[in-house]
Design a protein around this ligand. Sequence first.
Ligand code: HEC
Ligand code: HEC
Ligand code: HEC
Ligand code: HEC
Ligand code: HEC
Ligand code: HEC
Ligand code: HEC
Ligand code: HEC
Ligand code: HEC
Ligand code: HEC
Length: 345
Amino acid sequence: MKRLRSFKPWLFVYLPLLAVSGQTRPAGSEPASVSVAALAPVAGAGYAGAERCQTCHKAEFGEFSKTHHAAIKPPHADSVTGCEMCHGPGKAHADGEEASQGDDAKAAAAGKLIFSFHANPRKNAERCLVCHQSSRDQKDFTHSTHIQHGVACDSCHSMHLTEAGRNPKAERMGTAQGNFFNVPKLPAENRWLHESQLIKAQPELCYGCHGNIQAQFALPTHHRVPEGAMKCTDCHNPHGTSNRATLRQSGWETCTQCHVEKRGPYVFEHSAVKVEGCTACHTPHGSVNQMLLVRRETRFLCLQCHVDPFAANVPHGRLGFQARGDCTRCHAAIHGSNFDVNFLH
Ligand code: HEC
Ligand code: HEC
Ligand code: HEC
Ligand code: HEC
Ligand code: HEC
Ligand code: HEC
Ligand code: HEC
Ligand code: HEC
Ligand code: HEC
Ligand code: HEC
């Protein structure tokens, strides 16, 4: 009876849950940490208010209303909100359009009276960075490789996806490999609202400009980015970081967030891993070689650094070492070992 009472059925629910939550999984992107800047109205400029914009720009207003930006709570009562927090004061434009009475020339002239992101990329990005500079994720944008090459926020994000039907840049995800693996496709608007308002899903968005990287992912051995099982942004932060190739983390940390078992620490570290990092031996995107190795024959990879495996202190001859054999046949714990200084196990 005593034993029965100590039986705790909730443990059967609780323990498996604990086990599941204890599993490590790749860290997602950091949560947003944008603080809303108090956008004081420009002195002397007239504001129209989003409701007025709506009368002529129904589609933009409709889509914009579903986004986080539409729900921003202004820090001060007189802070600029709605359309004009990005487009600037719009009263002159609205009045101008109203007065144009269908005259194309007048309408076009009134179109120039509002900021419409036709400026240079840095000026465009500044509009966003007013607030987004405060985000951990985007704070390095002003010195990122992307902005240095004229790629601004609006090259990747759309603030009001009226493009769903119109913008030729936007399109649904669907690669041959993705289709084969049945990666679900979401309707454009649904995806847009759930994927940081990207104009296209990854990797298509990135492939659009990085054709050479697309080719690397088409090689026989690759991380499953084209299949949709992994994203470019698992490794890179497109907004820029202070790491090489704008990797999310420095050195091999980017890789060991998923390949945790390769992190160590080991009693006997292979200096190649710790000093040169994973890319000393592996290509990150794709390769014709097995295991994403940089060399077809593992042997030659080792001999790149271990220039003389037949040196007096390397007793391979005595062991009947075969020149054609793979080094990892014996040196199996190549990433480091807790048992053997020579990584034999
Ligand atoms: C009376 C109708 C009307 C109102 C009100 C109005 N717009 Fe417009 N807007 C237009 C028209 C028409 C055009 C196209 C002008 C052209 O031919 O280039 C336009 C163009 C634009 C453009 C693109 C400009 C370009 O050169 O590509 C932006 C951005 C814009 N409006 C934003 C706004 C915002 C923000 C508001 C509210 C503050 C607003 N509009 C209010 C009629 C209006
Ligand atoms: C978070 C910033 C932001 C807000 C808020 C915003 N827009 Fe825009 N808008 C942009 C950017 C960036 C572009 C240029 C590229 C694009 O189409 O995404 C743009 C472009 C436009 C255009 C021109 C589209 C074209 O084809 O060139 C119109 C019209 C427009 N916005 C209207 C509005 C209206 C109306 C609102 C409010 C309901 C609004 N915007 C709110 C950022 C914003
Ligand atoms: C007035 C301040 C402000 C401005 C200006 C602004 N943003 Fe935002 N943005 C925010 C805030 C606040 C959030 C919401 C963070 C949250 O709630 O998670 C946000 C969210 C976002 C998101 C994430 C949306 C999502 O679905 O997760 C993107 C992408 C974004 N902004 C891009 C831009 C771009 C591009 C511009 C310039 C065209 C811009 N923002 C201008 C304050 C701003
Ligand atoms: C080269 C393409 C690219 C450019 C340029 C870009 N972004 Fe992004 N952004 C992305 C991608 C891709 C994601 C989704 C990341 C993910 O899913 O892990 C994203 C995510 C975001 C998010 C959501 C993540 C978060 O912190 O909540 C915000 C906000 C954002 N971007 C704002 C901006 C702003 C502001 C700019 C310009 C200053 C900008 N982005 C420029 C590609 C870009
Ligand atoms: C509008 C074009 C465009 C888009 C879209 C784009 N990039 Fe880029 N990217 C560039 C250009 C231009 C460069 C600089 C030249 C180069 O290295 O090829 C660059 C450079 C890079 C670099 C190298 C950074 C460095 O410091 O060496 C990485 C990594 C990168 N992009 C990742 C991405 C990812 C991930 C995406 C998708 C989320 C993306 N890019 C989308 C144009 C783009
Ligand atoms: C598994 C992690 C990982 C993924 C996923 C990944 N990258 Fe990379 N990428 C790297 C690493 C690591 C480097 C640095 C390589 C080096 O230094 O030799 C790099 C370098 C780059 C570079 C600059 C060097 C070059 O070869 O031109 C670009 C651009 C780039 N990646 C774009 C992308 C794009 C676009 C995607 C998605 C289609 C992507 N990467 C997915 C890890 C990754
Ligand atoms: C987001 C998680 C993630 C990150 C980050 C990551 N990987 Fe992977 N990696 C995987 C997964 C999942 C597989 C299994 C591949 C498969 O079956 O498609 C894999 C497979 C591999 C393989 C074996 C390939 C094969 O043919 O079996 C190597 C080698 C590898 N990764 C190296 C790296 C390196 C180097 C980095 C850092 C540049 C890295 N990984 C970053 C998830 C990740
Ligand atoms: C000294 C070269 C070298 C370095 C540096 C290196 N690897 Fe490897 N890695 C190999 C070799 C060789 C293999 C193939 C082993 C085999 O054939 O059994 C391999 C296999 C792998 C595999 C697939 C098989 C397995 O053991 O899971 C993964 C994943 C992997 N490496 C990840 C990494 C990561 C992550 C790093 C960085 C922390 C890294 N490697 C650094 C040489 C290296
Ligand atoms: C990027 C250069 C590099 C590559 C590639 C490399 N190693 Fe190493 N390896 C080193 C360095 C550096 C040491 C440390 C040597 C020392 O401490 O004297 C080391 C140590 C070792 C040791 C331990 C012996 C000792 O002296 O501590 C073994 C065994 C070994 N490597 C085997 C391999 C094998 C097998 C491969 C191929 C899969 C390989 N290494 C690829 C650089 C490399
Ligand atoms: C048949 C198994 C076998 C193969 C194949 C093999 N090794 Fe070894 N290797 C050993 C053994 C066993 C030791 C340790 C001998 C000892 O304990 O003194 C060793 C030791 C080493 C050492 C450390 C020597 C030192 O200074 O202490 C290096 C470096 C090394 N091997 C590199 C290689 C490279 C590179 C290859 C491929 C070209 C290779 N090995 C292939 C069995 C092998």
